[in-house]
Design a protein around this ligand. Sequence first.
Ligand code: ADP
Ligand code: TZD
Length: 579
Amino acid sequence: MSAVLSPVSASEQETAPTIDGFQLVIEALKLNGIDTVFGLPGIPITDLTRKMQAEGLRVISFRHEQHAGNAAAAAGFLTQKPGICLTVSAPGFLNGLTALANATTNCFPMILISGSSEREIVDLQQGDYEEMDQLAIAKPLCKAAYRVLHAEDIGVGVARAIRSALSGRPGGVYLDLPAKLFAQSMDAVKGRASLIKVVDPAPRQIPAPDAVKRALDLLRGAKRPLILLGKGAAYAQCDAEIRALVEKTGIPYLPMSMAKGLLPDTHALSASAARSYVLEQADVVMLVGARLNWLLSHGKGKTWGAGQGPKQFIQIDISPIEADSNVAIAAPLVGDIGSCVSALLGFIGPSWSKPPAEWTGAIAERKDKNLSKMAETLAKNPPTMNFHSALAVVRNTVKANPEAIVVNEGANTLDFTRSIVDMYEPRKRLDVGTWGIMGIGMGFAVAAAVVTGKRVIAIEGDSAFGFSGMEVETICRYDLPVCVVVFNNNGVYKGTDVNLGGGKDVAPTVFVKNARYDMMMMAFGGVGVHATTPAELDKALKEAIASGKPTLINAVIDETAGTESGRITSLNPTAAKKK
Ligand code: ADP
Ligand code: TZD
């Protein structure tokens, strides 16, 4: 279909330069500062990936779309630019959809751009190659979904996608580009003029002065205040303001998993090592970019000291409908975190009285006790390496390399890494997030390496690693400085389950014993190491960090270590809980 906008004479038509859909998509993305695309080629986007590369975009090609999508999501979180994932029609699109939904759940900005089949055939359900009404399927799983049918609308389509992904609460956006669109051509001048450079895609949202006053009054009156930092605070990139808020108020803080490192975990005001105590005892809790979902026991119940007196919440969030989603929020502060925290800081001068010593002293006491208990456990060197003795090594490695990005998934591997490995800098920890999803590992690791150029250490349960393991080829192909450490305990959670039916099959949670994941990396030219002791693990990690070579360390962990589902075993339905 030709999309010439106005009638032109025959001679004009011969000479006027034209531009096609491929080129317009590429120029629209570049105009908006997009420099990297994560995807997997095939009909109808193979040429698009080639032309993108020719035009100077970095195209990172994956082995499965889910991992390209996860990479896009992580890139969005790290850069505040929407990460782009490019997939083929129907099955490729569906493979990318999990990542799009996960990005939306986590409030990460990403755009899933998918080629699609002939609209006329899809809509009449006449059986096209990879036929699927992708727009309808994507809609409930993302923040916004658009389809572009005409070349002259590509500029608007890309602009709407970018603005939707970044403004307000960030999230995933679907952009449907039917095959026919790419081949359309139009007058080049008009085509380029139709492109939009999005101005101010994530406008600051200044909180209302009365809302700031309400929050401050509550904070000022608190006897046992607590600040809770979530991954929204990490995303917001106002690290200096957040640090100033904590330090000037002197209020103890708890970082959620991906907010670790916003202030160093070793900070005097970190209450991580007294988590249960502060959640139970605090009287005023200020949430900064954190939702009161299951990860925070919905803000109520035993965790929050039910029945021990009133607890009041201040919630800083860009979404005006987040407040009261689980419990009453006494002081909602709606706006972007940078603006909200700056507004609060405007009132916190030298006369601000820090929290009572009784409160901070009680926290310090518990912290000291728990930290020395932890040090004792980490110092043990049991005959078979376990989570603690292996993570003592990782902990020291990250301390020595605070700029490295840690990717983390698994059950026990996740829980223990989160609590044992201190983080020192903002946005250096990427993990399973709001859903507790397995499979983010290699996608997140690739994105972290590509967009930051820093060393990446992926701490992976052996089950977790399996979801994206084939992407070690991608890591080798692009020669990325990623060191994957597989905590190999022979199964999901642990490797000791037995078949309750007594048959020949192993239990559903058990894998091949003594598997050599290191050989997978070696198959593609990377470095593989089999480590059975903390000393071997330490040596391999040091070498990987020094060389920056793609490395996979198969860290053999005691198969009896670990618990069912790690710390969230209580979420298993009763029958399974008896184990
Ligand atoms: P965590 O899992 O770390 O507790 P959540 O994902 O539950 O964090 O919460 C993140 C919150 O941060 C979301 O409610 C989201 O709306 C909010 N958010 C994200 N970016 C910003 C921003 N720039 N300013 C304000 N709030 C933000
Ligand atoms: N599938 C998906 C997509 N997400 C999930 N969270 C699960 C399945 C269920 N699941 C968990 O919640 S953790 C986990 C699974 C399969 C793996 C745990 O085993 P592991 O880690 O080997 O990765 P540990 O350290 O041995 O516990």
